[in-house]
Write a protein that binds this ligand. Sequence first.
Ligand code: SF4
Length: 446
Amino acid sequence: MSTKRFYIYTWGCQMNEHKSEGMAGVLVRAGYLPADDPAHADVVLFNTCMVREKPVHKIISEAGVIAQLKEKNPNLLLGVGGCVAQALKEKLFRQSPAIDFVFGSSNISQIPELIEQARARRALGKPTWILAVDKIPDKIEDLPFLRASRFQAKVTITEGCSNFCSFCIVPYTTGLLRSRLPGDIISEVSELAAQGYKEVQLLGQNVDSYGKDLKDPTINFANLLRALTEIPIPRIRFTSSHPQDITDDVIAVLGEENNICEHVHMAVQSGSNRVLAEMRRGYTKERFLELVSKLRERGVNVTTDIIVGFPTETKEDFQETVDLVKQARFGGAFIFKYSPRPGTIAYYKYRDAVPDEEKQRRLEILLTLQKQITDEENRKRVGQTVEVLVEGPARTPGLVMGKTRDHRTVVFEGASDLIGELVHVKITHGSVAGLAGQLVRPGVLV
Ligand code: SF4
């Protein structure tokens, strides 16, 4: 009997990418192999996300593509998991007849059984429509991750979030904050170090809230980072930080010479204190700018997320966001137009009052400003020699790309055997697109 193959589509953040590594690991453990294309797969999984716009629309349109593949391969099965599955459950079957099974955010280990059940029902000529969406449990599901990279690994430290920002769907689809025990995280990172991994990325919706759900007051993010500095792995980074929860202890660890990389992704969302309060963010712009300045003093690159067009955002509020961006001088920013998410506080409390053209105008103003800042900041790095972890080929043949410790992209001439290596690069050019440089040969760096 030939080996069955699977293909996974992933939408959303790094946490979802890591969940997909868990789905892949579960299927490999059950005897499946990855397919290079959905057309060569026996099972296709959608790992969905509700944070971005029109998530259901995207899934249903992609399910239409799978429906066409099913015409050529009637044995092909389609399973949908992730946030959209957790929220919509059996309603998804009505949205697309191509979907055979739906699994929840904590039902990943059951995927092989769901496939077998769907096959059995299909063999009997019945509709498949298998549903496994449990209430989110207190414990994070233990999964045998099939990691996509041999030198960079993602490690979950928390799942869920108890903050309930008014615009955000995450607490409803992924549940309340659940932290892994420090011993489990330390063992996993130690094992990755022993396997030769160069970089570990700690993942959580809000890493700074790590441990708040556990009974032991000594368990917190700063203490976890300190423990991880003892592990012989060159780089540890984390995402995402929250201005309400980041502590001086965490900032202190970032300022010491250790393996914790000097980058913090910390969403500000707005520069208006009134809007921040309506977003239920738990900090003011003054507090945020104070944090940025403390981090900057320690050489930390701060990147952020911003929402424009929150329902009550006036032109004056928006101007405050522009002013904050000018002061904070972020190393990079993801800027989004507000879009209402059913189920969130803002969805029920406010009318989506800012017209789309105005949201677009605000978006473009911020994008232009941020590009200018990124360009200026990158130019300042010309002449520096930086450590780069080479991640892969660049778009231009003959060039490779990688990241500095503070998460700036660097492109330089180099062979593919450098991929996965830590090298030193002298920066010769900086622009809005990133940094470019020359490899410093061993022995040249003094
Ligand atoms: S901190 Fe706020 S925005 Fe971030 S995941 Fe939690 S609720 Fe959502």
